[in-house]
Design a protein around this ligand. Sequence first.
Ligand code: FAD
Length: 459
Amino acid sequence: MNKQQNVIVIGAGLSGSLLALRLAQRGYRVMVYEMRPDLRKVDISAGRSINLAFSNRGNKAMKLVGLEDKVKSLCIPMHGRMIHDQDGNTFQSNYSGRDQEYIYSVSRGDLNALLLDEAEQHENVNIHFNKKCKSVDFEKTTALFKDYQTKTEFIEDADVIIATDGAGSALRRSYFLGKKFLFSFSQDYLSYGYKELSILPTENGGYQTHKNALHIWPRGNFMLIALPNLNGSFTVTLFLSYSEGEYNFDNLNTPELVELFFEKEFPDALAIMPNLTDDFFNNPTAALGTVKCSPWHYKGNTLLMGDAAHAIVPFYGQGMNAAFEDVVELDAVLDKHEGEWEQIFKTYEKQRKKDTDAIADLAIDNFLEMRDHVAHPIFQEKRKIEMALEKQFPTQYASKYSLVTFNENIGYQEAMLRGRAQDKAILSLLKNNSITSSEDLSSVLKKVQQETENILNLS
Ligand code: FAD
């Protein structure tokens, strides 16, 4: 096949810059159009998930493009969740019983900049900033752009157009408005929003609380989390209802009320957040939603990837990882069907959609788990058992969290089905006192495996 085909990639965020690099490595000529200015020259990160949890599925994509080591140098290991109770007591719950399994905190800006650098250095890639895609003619395989600098509009065409332009995708809107085929689309918002806050470094650039953990202050109906940054600071995110409960984003409308809320609910966090109210009133409150749609592609002309195809709520720390994994999956399909775009897009979507639907549902589950269940004794008991099983039987047992986060060799759907069955099995065995944390672990493993298989066979 003629490898010098032209591909337009819309959006130079995390998935677009990675995709451009990979397609260029495969020999395609790639033109990337990004609506915002170049983030390596202008600071545009404020209030927009400054750092992210990065794990195995994302790393698999970095390996594919040869960037594993460079990305690792931007990462801070987080070995587990550090839970903070209302009195300021903490305990750490590791992510896995296997020593080498943990996740990382990475700066969105640094990671995106690295991917842009690597893509741009490739002779097959051209990146154009300040160019917003307004619509896509998916039948003609052309896209209409607005140049923010010259204030003019122009049309570009290519052999294929791939949209990685995030949750508000212009291509997805064109599918929807085009009404040329049956396009299913759902966007479900939580009644919760999020706001980014910060814990600054100490005077000599150190960390004010434990560096190698994802900190969580679970409070039932709301929660605070914090992830470390390389400069000693933490990016803190408050997840809170817009309008329900005693405290919500609507009624926290004065610095005094915000201080009072934190004094009552997060006193140990407040003690290291002297800039709380400035952050609170300077940073936006943003919405959290899930986007599902189908089909992702139109014939062999256009395709949606990353958040443009499947935006999810952030509670499993998998949105970016899934978007990166999209590139790995597409790459594998390209190996088999190179040159036959319609077949490539069809096969990719068929293989991938069940998995992105699964991680969307798991992310909602984890919202409930993080804000509420992690503080419950039975959940902590279950975690203890799971950690012990993973430690003693590293090849025979992996919790749902481990299957989703650390096993990049199975899809999200498989991880979800097995993981949910295991959760159900352990909780019911605990409730019936059929297992205890002091029992011989081989007997616990046997019972858990048996109960899990029963549940899987029934479903
Ligand atoms: P985006 O990152 O949204 O990039 C889209 C790009 O397209 C942007 O650069 C945008 O400017 C550009 N663009 C948009 N429209 C146009 C247009 N019309 N024309 C041209 N360019 C356009 N994921 C994790 O894996 N771990 C986490 O810990 C995590 N935490 C998160 C916390 C929060 C609060 C949120 C909101 C998300 C979190 N995510 C996390 C999810 C992650 O941010 C997304 O899944 C990821 O950014 C998706 O990458 P993307 O490239 O598909 O989309």
